[in-house]
Design a protein. Sequence first.
Length: 115
Amino acid sequence: QVQLVESGGGLVQPGGSLRLSCAGSGTIFSFNVMAWYRQAAGKARELVASIPSGGIIYYADSVKGRFTISRGNARNTVYLQMNSVKPEDTAVYYCYAANVGIVYWGKGAVVTVSS
């Protein structure tokens, strides 16, 4: 059974940094695409950043220049480095992975930006 497990969430002050990690397990295949979504209270889930294998990295306009998505050396790992965070970055962050049309989601990591 494929699982995605996020880690690294927590409370951070405005202007600070946080790094989210996601590790996938349960498959011998590499995910074609890995990404981070987020969902703030009362809002729809939105794509934050995605990184396809050998493709173009995408960032939402709201995080460009502040967040960096990267894939780890270990297969099926992805990171989200969050710098210069703002209160509006507060949300549950979900790891996403896809391969051959099958989509997987992590359970989410809570990020709270507050002083």
